[in-house]
Ligand binder design. Structure first.
Ligand code: EPU
Length: 421
C-alpha cells in the first residue's frame, strides 16, 4: 500500500494548475447513461474515483474512449446491464448516482445499497423516496436496491419532491431521473452546490429542460430523449481550497490557475480572517500568507455556507495558528477522525461531540500517521508540510480518490513529498 513521505518546513511558492472537480465529474459521467448518443467530456480529473465510475458504467455496456489525459467520450448506445454490483459500490458510495439515470433510460436498475463509511452512516432513503414519488417501484433486498418503473409504464412521472434534508447526490440523482420523466418535476430543498449547477449545465447541453439549478427549487420539464453533447467539467473548488490552506499554513505565496474564487466565498473570507492576502483573477487565484496565521472558527453547512469537505483542512491550519478556534461539523456525524492523527503530530485539539476546540501550537512534529478518508488525508498532508522533520502518511489510497497527482503538484510548489511504494 502506498504511503506519502513529507519533509516538512518548506514554504510553498509558485504556480500550479487545478484539476476538474471530482464531485462534478462523477455525476456527469453518470449523465452519459441517459442518452444513446456520445457525451464528450473535457477536464475530467484522473482520479481513482473517476476510474472506478468509468469501470462501473463500462460493465453496464457503455463504451469508454479516453482522449489524452483529461478527455473522455462515453457512448451508451449499447447499455444493456443496469447493475451496480456490491464490489464496486463498496469502494465508492457515489456509485449510487447511476440509480436515477438507469431507471429513467432503461426502466430498471439494480444497485447495491451503499454501506456506512468512515465519516458517517450516509443513508440514501431520500434518493429512494424521491424516485418512488416519480412512480418507481423499489425493493431493498439482499443488500440491493431493485428499482423499476411501476405499472408497465415506459417513463417516470413528473411530480413535486420535497427532500427532508439538503442532499447533494440525492438532488443530482433525482434531477437526472426527472429529465426523461413524463411532465414536470420540482425538487424542493434542493442542494445548491456548484456541482449541481455543472451537472444541470451538462444535461441542458444534452437537450434537458431544467431551471433553477443553484437554487433550492429545481424545475425539470421531462423530454422524450437526450442527444449527444460536449461539456467541460468545472474546476475543483475543494482542491483549490486545499492548496490555498496548504500555502497559508506554510507561510507561502502561490498562484492557482485553471480555477477561480467564484464558488469559494466563505473559504476565501476565512483565509482573509486568518491574515492571508488573496487576489481573485478571472481564471486564477493568488494567496500570500502572513508569517503566522490567526485561528479562525468554522461551522460546516450546505452551500453557500462553509463546506464540510474543507473542514479537516481548516483544522490543520488552526493547529499552528495563533489563538484558539472552534470547528463545528453539522453535516456528518463522524468527520473528526483526522483530529486524533493531528494530535499525534503535536496538535492541541479537544473534541466534544460535533465541536473541536483547536488551540494553535508553535510547531508540529513529524510522525507516522494514518489517513482515514479523503479530506482527512488532505489535512494530514497540510500538517506534514508544516511539521518539523518527516511525516509518513499511511493509506494514501484515500488521497488518490480525490487529488490528482498530489505529490507532483506539491513538488511544483517546492514541497519535498515522495510516494513510498
Ligand atoms: N443524508 C441522509 N439521507 C439521504 C441522503 C443524505 O440522511 O438520503 C444525510 C447524510 O448522511 C449527510 C447529509 O444528509 O448527513 C448530507 O449528505 P449528502 O447526501 O449531501 O452527501 P453526499 O451527496 O453523499 C456529497 C459529496 C461529499 C460531500 C457531501 C456534502 C459527492 C460525490 N460527494 O456527498 O464529498 O462531503 O456531498 O457536501 O458529491 C468528498 O468529496 O470527500 C465527499 C465526501
Amino acid at each position: 500500500m502506498d504511503k506519502l513521505l513529507i519533509e516538512g518546513g518548506r514554504r510553498l511558492a509558485g504556480e500550479v494548475a487545478i484539476s476538474g472537480a471530482k464531485n462534478a465529474a462523477l455525476p456527469i459521467l453518470c449523465a452519459s447513461l441517459l442518452s444513446a448518443e456520445p457525451l464528450h467530456l473535457r477536464n475530467v480529473p484522473q482520479l481513482r474515483d473517476v476510474a472506478t465510475m468509468l469501470r462501473l458504467i463500462e460493465q453496464m455496456g457503455v463504451q469508454v474512449s479516453r482522449e489524452g489525459t483529461s478527455e473522455v467520450v462515453l457512448d451508451s448506445r449499447n447499455l444493456d446491464n443496469p447493475l451496480a454490483p456490491y464490489d464496486m459500490v463498496k469502494t465508492m458510495r457515489a456509485s449510487i448516482l447511476v440509480l436515477g439515470p438507469l431507471l429513467a433510460r432503461h426502466g430498471e436498475a439494480r444497485v447495491s445499497l451503499p454501506g456506512g463509511c468512515a465519516i458517517g452512516a450516509r443513508p440514501v432513503e431520500q434518493h429512494i423516496r424521491g424516485l418512488q414519488a416519480m412512480g418507481a417501484e423499489i425493493q431493498v433486498e439482499h443488500g440491493y436496491i431493485h428499482a423499476r418503473i411501476a405499472g408497465g409504464r415506459r417513463r417516470l412521472q413528473g411530480t413535486r419532491i420535497v427532500t427532508d434534508m439538503v442532499t447533494v447526490t440525492g438532488t443530482e440523482n433525482l434531477m437526472m431521473a426527472a429529465v426523461l420523466a413524463d411532465g414536470e418535476t420540482t425538487i424542493e430543498n434542493a442542494a445548491r452546490e456548484p456541482e449541481v449547477i455543472d451537472l444541470a449545465d451538462c444535461l441542458v447541453s444534452m437537450g434537458a429542460r431544467i431551471s433553477g439549478a443553484g437554487s433550492d427549487r429545481i424545475r425539470v420539464y421531462g423530454v422524450e430523449r437526450l442527444h449527444g453533447a460536449s461539456h467541460t467539467v468545472m474546476a475543483d473548488r475543494i482542491e483549490t481550497g486545499t492548496y490555498l490552506c496548504a500555502a497559508a499554513a506554510t507561510g507561502g505565496s502561490v498562484r492557482l490557475t485553471h480555477t477561480s474564487a467564484a464558488y469559494l466565498d466563505v473559504v476565501v473570507d476565512k483565509l482573509l480572517d486568518a491574515g492571508c492576502e488573496i487576489v481573485a483573477e478571472r481564471e486564477a487565484i493568488r494567496l500570500v500568507a502572513p508569517r503566522r496565521l490567526k485561528a479562525v472558527s468554522v461551522r460546516t453547512s450546505p452551500y453557500p455556507a462553509f463546506p464540510t469537505d474543507m473542514q479537516a483542512q481548516f483544522m490543520a491550519v488552526n493547529c499552528i495558528a495563533e489563538g484558539s478556534a472552534v470547528i463545528r461539523e453539522t453535516i456528518f456525524e463522524n468527520r473528526f477522525m483526522h483530529a486524533v492523527e493531528l494530535i499525534r503530530l503535536g496538535a492541541d485539539i479537544r473534541i466534544d461531540a460535533s465541536n473541536a476546540m483547536v488551540t494553535g501550537v508553535e510547531k508540529l512534529q513529524g510522525a507516522t500517521v494514518m489517513a482515514t478518508d479523503l479530506r482527512a488525508s488532505a489535512s494530514l498532508v497540510i500538517a506534514g508540510l508544516v511539521a518539523d522533520g518527516e511525516t509518513l502518511i499511511d493509506r494514501i489510497y484515500h488521497l488518490d480518490r480525490g487529488y490528482e497527482r498530489i505529490e507532483e503538484k506539491l513538488g511544483q510548489l517546492g514541497a519535498i513529498v515522495r510516494r513510498v511504494r
